[in-house]
Design a protein around this ligand. Structure first.
Ligand SMILES: Nc1nc2c(ncn2[C@@H]2O[C@H](COP(=O)(O)OP(=O)(O)OP(=O)(O)O)[C@@H](O)[C@H]2O)c(=O)[nH]1
Length: 391
């Protein structure tokens, strides 16, 4: 069990959580601290030695999840403990493997709450939504960009007070391209730690097979989890979006990358490592000449969109120059499978464009260059040139 991922995820949730390793307390969140001492002792003792499967304490229901030498004790409330447990069991392994929660959650939510469809969107610039995860009729659907004004979710972003919205619709009421003729839609906005909307979750279909209250409850819990997982909860760095963005792709540019590299150098000195991927579209000049500048622009935008979709909350993406992009990713003990993801993007770009597409890549880690951001870029560039030569 990756305890660091777990503790990060649960640190800001409002319900108490406690992690025991070899039967002694390794970590607890601040909600656990707010309980009276006898209650804390009761929960700890039950976590270590209790025979009952569940514990009711302080009006909450506590459950244990055990793996290897670790026991995670979490309060789940009375309403939907089994669903919360299933949610965590489905979501945590995906997060530990570096899957973006926006990609993973729709399938989990649709199956758990038995809705026909579910989606998770990130809020982009210029009134656009990036549909990252979309589960419909038992299948994962491809990611795409949507116009906010056509989405039933638009009021969630207009009115900061209303984070949750339920709506019945009929075909004539909406231009939302995701929705069938009629049904019920439930949406939940996701705010970051500063209260700014970063996206939303939605489920829809003929109606919930389980109770609507359970669906609302679980969507709200997921929004809290995604918010806790997002980088702004712990980082005081200005987001890349505070730099001027590229007008074509909406991505931050070279100055934002320079800033991010300086920040990475500082984190490196505190023991964190980073992986940089320098990515260059092959033969864009040929596409421009053969198919026109507009097609070249379309290729750049589509590629930027696809790269955006594979970014996890802590990953950063930049347009580095004409046809070059940079992905800067925190690199823990399990490096993200970035080569696999880029190969998938190459394949889906070729399918989408109807002509062959390839982007070459050079990868380098900060610890290979003793923590120097400039040298990190140089090393990634020399590997990119090598990749171009060898194909
Ligand atoms: N359509 C379009 N083209 C661009 C833009 N920015 C740069 N380019 C083009 O990208 C091409 C980059 O040229 P090169 O660096 O030689 O790259 P390439 O043709 O992709 O060739 P290789 O990278 O060697 O495979 C040039 O033709 C630029 O005009 C843009 O915003 N839109």
């Amino acid at each position: 069990m990756k305890t660091r991922a777990l503790t990060k995820l649960l640190s800001t949730t409002a319900t108490p959580a406690l992690l025991l390793t070899d039967n002694s307390i390794q970590w607890h969140n601040s909600a656990f601290d707010t309980l009276a001492k006898p209650e804390r002792q009761q929960i700890e003792h039950w976590g270590q030695h209790g025979h009952d499967e569940l514990l009711v304490c302080h009006g909450m229901l506590f459950e244990r999840l055990t793996a290897d030498d670790h026991t995670l004790v979490i309060a789940s409330g009375h309403r939907a403990p089994a669903q919360q447990r299933q949610l965590m069991q489905a979501l945590l392994p995906q997060l530990q493997h570096g899957t973006d929660p926006f990609f993973a959650l729709p399938q989990i939510l649709a199956e758990l709450l038995q809705w026909q469809s579910a989606a998770a969107c990130k809020h982009l610039h210029d009134g656009q939504l990036s549909l990252v995860g979309h589960w419909s009729d038992g299948q994962q659907q491809p990611p795409r960009t949507l116009k906010m004004k056509h989405s039933l979710a638009a009021p969630l972003y207009d009115d900061a007070q209303t984070g949750t919205r339920v709506q019945e619709w009929e075909a004539e009421d909406t231009h939302d391209p995701l929705l069938p003729e009629q049904g019920i839609w439930l949406g939940q906005r996701i705010d970051n730690a500063n209260g700014q909307p970063i996206g939303h979750l939605a489920v829809w279909g003929p109606g919930p097979q389980t109770s609507m209250a359970d669906s609302i409850h679980l969507l709200q819990l997921c929004a809290d989890l995604v918010s806790a997982w997002s980088p702004s909860a712990e980082s005081k760095e200005p987001p890349a979006a505070s730099f001027i963005q590229d007008r074509l792709t909406g991505l931050p540019l070279r100055d934002a990358l320079d800033h991010a590299l300086t920040t990475s150098e500082q984190h490196y000195r505190n023991g964190k490592d980073y992986l940089l991927a320098l990515i260059d579209i092959d033969a864009l000049s040929e596409i421009n000449t053969r198919l026109g500048q507009q097609e070249g622009d379309r290729v750049l935008c589509a590629f930027a969109d696809k790269l955006r979709h594979v970014c996890r909350p802590n990953d950063q993406l930049f347009r580095f120059g004409g046809d070059e992009f940079v992905l800067l990713l925190p690199a823990g003990s399990h490096p993200p499978p970035i080569m696999d993801r880029l190969q998938q993007i190459n394949r889906s770009m070729s399918e989408q464009l109807g002509h062959p597409f390839n982007a070459s890549v050079g990868l380098a880690k900060l610890d290979e260059v003793n923590g120097s951001g400039d040298e990190l870029l140089l090393l990634a560039d020399s590997r990119l040139q090598q990749d171009k030569r060898t194909g």
